[in-house]
Design a protein around this ligand. Structure first.
Ligand SMILES: O=P(O)(O)OC[C@H]1O[C@H](O[C@H]2O[C@H](CO)[C@@H](O)[C@H](O)[C@H]2O)[C@H](O)[C@@H](O)[C@@H]1O
Length: 389
């Protein structure tokens, strides 16, 4: 149904100004730079398909003709909207040529007339936003009890073909060391890697807490011994999983098994025929899920099996309960990191950062594109202690 045209005078009534101001203060605003029926329909589809946004979003349409507002849609002439700009934190701008802008980033809605697809894109854009580093640095500066939870592969180092080559750079080590040296900071690496890998490459940083194999082992900063979180657990599933992985390795040359103490990873990134190995990984997955007591993780060109009793989310719960943190940064790129993000989802102090494209389905509120962005952020934070940001 088309909106009803109203007079400009009605728009300017002070009560109306205040009412809208109040509404904007608690809503995330999508700004549409011109009156466009398709965008309206796309927004209505968003509210229909994702009803959680009904009370939390507003669509502001800039138009030189004014229409009757409804619960979620407000029409403004350009200069009148200027008055609301301070109270309305505009998150998404749909430009006249229908390109969606999120901060400095662009999200292309290829076909805005496919309302369901366009609404899904808007939903993901509302859910996850590019990390505003100024906000992060400011929160860091004004906090005293800070917690950092970093995944390793794909988050602190880029994904490479050979797992052994994914070593921390000297710059990363220097930044992590400086971060740990600030007594206000507690820093953990929560990884799928085993103890040997983490000890070899990261243990030289005395202030770093380490969690290996998705939470199976934990070592607090400054301690030498690892705590085995699964020491009493039944690990008989390992032999069964190993046999399945061996079978698939045999018929997929180039694939390798990474055997860890309490988890096993089958890597098919370097398979002679990657496409076939990818298909085979689905069959392998179907066999693995028959094993009781384990979780199967679909990683980046790998399949992992680990005990159901541990996951990165449980690690975060355990670490988090120790203090009243007033700043938390948690970064990860993989499916296993989503467990950490879910645990922190309702925590107002937490900056959960997914490494990857904005369109990625994630429970993290923020995203950055590359692992190098995470490293640069740590570098900036380290400098925050000595300079002003
Ligand atoms: O939890 P993480 O620290 O992210 O570890 C997850 C797995 O990462 C490693 O495999 C992945 O990274 C490799 C290096 O870039 C890459 O070659 C591989 O294809 C990826 O799947 C690691 O080898 C696994 O043990 C970790 O569980």
């Amino acid at each position: 149904m088309s909106p009803t045209l109203i007079s400009q005078q009605q728009k300017l009534l002070p009560q109306k100004f205040n009412a809208i101001k109040e509404k904007f203060e608690s809503k995330r605003v999508i700004l549409c730079q011109n009156q466009d029926e398709d965008i309206l329909k796309c927004y209505q589809t968003l509210l229909h398909n994702y009803s959680q946004w009904i009370n939390h979003t507003a669509l502001v349409v800039l138009s030189n003709r004014t229409y009757q507002d409804d619960k979620n849609v407000f029409y403004f002439e350009n200069e009148i909207f200027e008055k609301f700009k301070k109270t309305a934190a505009v998150e998404i701008v749909i430009s006249s040529d229908r390109v969606v802008l999120l901060g400095a980033k662009q999200l292309q809605i290829n076909d805005i007339t496919n309302y369901t697809v366009a609404a899904t894109l808007l939903h993901s854009a509302l859910h996850t936003q590019p990390l505003n580093t100024s906000v992060l640095y400011n929160a860091y500066k004004h906090s005293q009890k800070r917690l950092f939870l970093f995944d390793y592969d794909g988050t602190l180092t880029p994904i490479v073909s050979n797992p052994a080559d994914a070593q921390p750079t000297p710059v990363l080590l220097q930044y992590l060391d400086a971060l740990c040296k600030d007594p206000s900071n507690t820093v953990w690496i929560i990884s799928g890697r085993d103890q040997i890998f983490l000890d070899t490459h990261l243990a030289k940083i005395a202030g770093l807490g380490l969690s290996a194999e998705h939470g199976s082992f934990m070592k607090k900063a400054g301690l030498n011994d690892w705590v085995d979180m699964l020491k009493d657990a039944d690990m008989s599933w390992k032999n069964v999983a190993m046999k399945i992985f061996e079978k698939y390795t045999k018929c997929n040359p180039g694939t390798v098994i990474e055997q860890k103490k309490s988890s096993i990873t089958w890597h098919y990134r370097n398979a002679n025929n990657t496409e076939e190995a990818e298909q085979q990984s689905e069959l392998c997955h179907a066999e693995l899920i028959q094993i009781p007591g384990v979780d199967i993780l679909v990683g980046k060109m790998n399949l992992e099996v680990r005990s159901l009793l541990v996951n990165k989310g449980e690690v975060v719960k355990r670490i988090k309960q120790k203090q009243n943190w007033d700043f938390i940064m948690c970064a990860g790129d993989d499916q296993t990191d989503e467990d950490m993000f879910r645990v922190l989802q309702d925590d107002r102090q937490a900056f959960c950062v997914s490494v990857g494209p904005l369109s990625k389905k994630t429970s993290a509120k923020y995203c950055v594109e590359h692992s190098q962005d995470v490293v640069n952020i740590i570098g900036q934070l380290v400098h925050t202690t000595t300079s002003t940001l």
